[in-house]
Design a protein around this ligand. Structure first.
Ligand code: IPM
Ligand code: MG
Length: 358
């Protein structure tokens, strides 16, 4: 079997705890000869600042680029909140995304039916919910120049540039089309074209590309309305195509439909590599207590097998194992505050299920 190499960034706060649970699964697959994966670790965020005084080193970037895939847990810690931009933990993540050219971010929003009563919405609104957010990940106001602080009329102002080129919009739209073709042939593109030039270009470009794909049902929606509709009637959506900033916000909102943000994985792709990370943050408030939900990380590993390591069957059985464990009523504290299993117990439950399923 071909050897596959991955780089793991445990990152900050709860990151190492959820990483341990994902590694249990990789080790099991390797021992069972289902995979031949070698993994190596690298630091990012606060963990890298602690050791190297930079949120990501050139070595770590290089290591990630040479690997077949990257698994990343979480980035961010209050310890460095007041640092200047390029010394903040999050800068490490943004640098890595840019360095690897990960312009596609896939955030599936789905509900395990055993959890439908945990959603903040009524079960009938979210039963069988299955939508996917395709978020552009390396453009927009996150990266636009100029940016910074300056003095205007004797006071400080902070400023950023919201910017998209046609080619950036085109490539992410093409990916949304590929996704829609495998699903319900329906795309909702998000913008704020009633106010922003950047959004007008987004909308015009999406329209131009989509004119070649008349079989796909395309709708445009303003981001404020999108936020409302996701809460009002999420099942009206199938593929949501969104710029970076709007996607960041909408994906956190959408995650609540599923019961807990601790359940949702994501994949970030370039033309040649993939990086896989939970959509949740580093949760400093619960770090180190063994109570964080490892399922988003475990499901990110499942996405890695699906999208980059070309082992869709392993992706399926991980999802099956997670589904079975939840059906049996095992929940971490984010879902069940009185009667819960710990992070490592949850990891073990999934592992036991996998052993039965393999
Ligand atoms: C996310 C996160 C990141 C983002 C942060 C940590 C920089 O919120 O992946 O959604 O804003 O993209
Ligand atoms: Mg976010």
């Amino acid at each position: 079997m071909n050897k596959q190499s991955i780089v793991i960034f445990p990152g900050d706060e709860i990151g190492p705890e959820i990483t341990t649970e994902a590694i249990k699964i990789i080790d099991f697959f390797n021992e069972s000869k289902l995979t031949n994966i070698s993994y190596d670790f690298a630091d990012i965020g606060g963990a890298a600042l602690d050791k190297y005084n930079t949120p990501i080193t050139a070595d770590a970037l290089e290591k990630a680029k040479k690997s077949d895939a990257v698994l990343l847990a979480s980035v961010g810690t209050p310890k460095y909140d007041n640092n200047v931009r390029d010394q903040k933990p999050e800068y490490g993540l943004l640098t890595l995304r840019k360095y690897l050219n990960l312009f596609i971010n896939i955030r599936p929003i789905f509900v395990f039916n055993s959890l439908s009563s945990y959603s903040s919405l009524k079960p009938e609104l979210i039963n069988d919910l299955d939508i996917v957010i395709i978020r552009e990940l390396i453009g927009d106001v996150y990266f636009g120049e100029p940016r910074g602080f300056k003095d205007v009329g004797g006071e400080r102002v902070g400023y950023n540039t919201m910017l998209y080129s046609e080619s950036e919009v085109k490539r992410i739209t093409q990916f949304a089309i590929e996704t829609a073709n495998k699903r319900k042939k329906q795309i909702t593109s998000v913008d704020k074209a009633n106010v922003l030039e950047c959004s007008q270009l987004w909308r015009q470009t999406v329209d131009r590309i989509m004119s070649q794909h008349q079989d796909i049902n395309l709708q445009h929606i303003y981001v404020d309305n999108a936020a409302m509709q996701i809460i009002k009637n999420p099942k009206q959506f199938d593929v949501i195509l969104t710029p970076n900033l709007f996607g960041d916000i909408l994906s956190d909102a959408a995650s609540m439909l599923t019961g807990s943000i601790g359940l949702l994985p994501s994949a970030s792709l370039s033309d040649s590599i993939g990086m896989f990370e939970p959509i949740h943050g580093s949760a400093p408030d619960i770090a180190g207590q063994g109570i964080v939900n490892p399922l988003a990380m475990i499901l990110s590993l499942a996405m890695m097998f699906e999208y980059t390591l070309e082992k869709p069957e392993l992706s399926k059985i991980i999802k099956q194992a997670v589904n079975d464990v939840l059906n049996e009523g095992y929940f971490t504290k984010d879902l069940s505050s009185n009667d819960f299993v710990t992070t490592s117990e949850m990891g073990d439950k999934v592992l036991d299920k996998l052993k039965q399923l393999c």
